[in-house]
Design a protein. Sequence first.
Length: 376
Amino acid sequence: MLTSKMLLSKMSLSKNTLPFSPSSEAAAPLYDQVMRWLTAVIESDFAHDERFFTERDLIEKLGVSQPTVRRALQELVNQGRLHRHVGRGTFVQKFKRTRLLGIIVPEHRSPVITRQVEVFAGLCDAYECNLRVHHTRKGESLRDMARSLKANPHEERMVFLGHSQEAAWTLFDELEHRGFRTVCAVPFPQGYPGKCVSVDPYISAKLMMDHLTQLGHRRITFVINEPTELASVQMRVATLRDEVARRGLTDVVFHDCKTPNWADSFAATIEAMPAVLAAEQKPTAIVPISGSGAWAALRYAGMHRLRVPEDFSLVAFDDLPGGDMIYPALTSLGADETAFSRQVLDLLWSDEPEPRQASVPTAIIERESTAPIGGR
């Protein structure tokens, strides 16, 4: 490793670069003169990824102020001629560096998360970045996981998917002070200190209730098959309860499976179906709180010779791939996945420092699993 003394010696002995000589009559400001001179030094005297001079070295050698040196170095960073490693120093960059999209997700089977990651992967070429997936694991300290990430905040930016409110906040807290740019891609309550993109839960709740009530359904059971500590689940349930109350519907039931975090939400729906269907007022429509729950309810119906939508209508909260290919094809609440992912990436690569929250609209995709009560 070169010391500061060796670096200065290297500068002094350079045969290819003229000594720095600032001109008070030059049209360019002083920082620009320093930047241009350093550019010539980089081209003639440094190899790719070689450690560059410190601010102090340059101030002493060139006889200019710290603000002048700092701005010149920042301009070179902005141009991609230099890059910085936190805690290590500044390095020369002669070749284009790889830009990384880091996605932090829980390590458990979730078709929704899997699909979202696939959509992000498909957009990487357009955003000139490579995808890297980081997993959080059951029982693992999130703070330890975040601190152990071998990632450079100047190269990699992070997206949080599928986490609880507390987990996402912890990840943000740990990564923000290390200089990472992050976006939380789940619904988040007001007050989250970072950038966030979500599907609008209020519009989703209204669309769901509009569709079912227009078909004549009043005895609706929402099956909460996902862990209630997840931010997306909390927002879906809260907005649905508000919408039910606003409409004055008294026969709507929320069946909480009390699914713990990391548990199988598909199995939780299967286990809940006997109790849901044995209610004194049997539901005419069933809506699991996630798409995988709707698939589970449909499987249960097939196993027990129940007909959908004749015995009950069924709606999927997520339009999972293949939902239009099974029988009956699932009526689903869907968002434009590509538009959602683009919104996340636009925020992620934006250098706006202010927190910002954005939402993506949804729409009901009407298929065969729902029908009017009178038409069954």
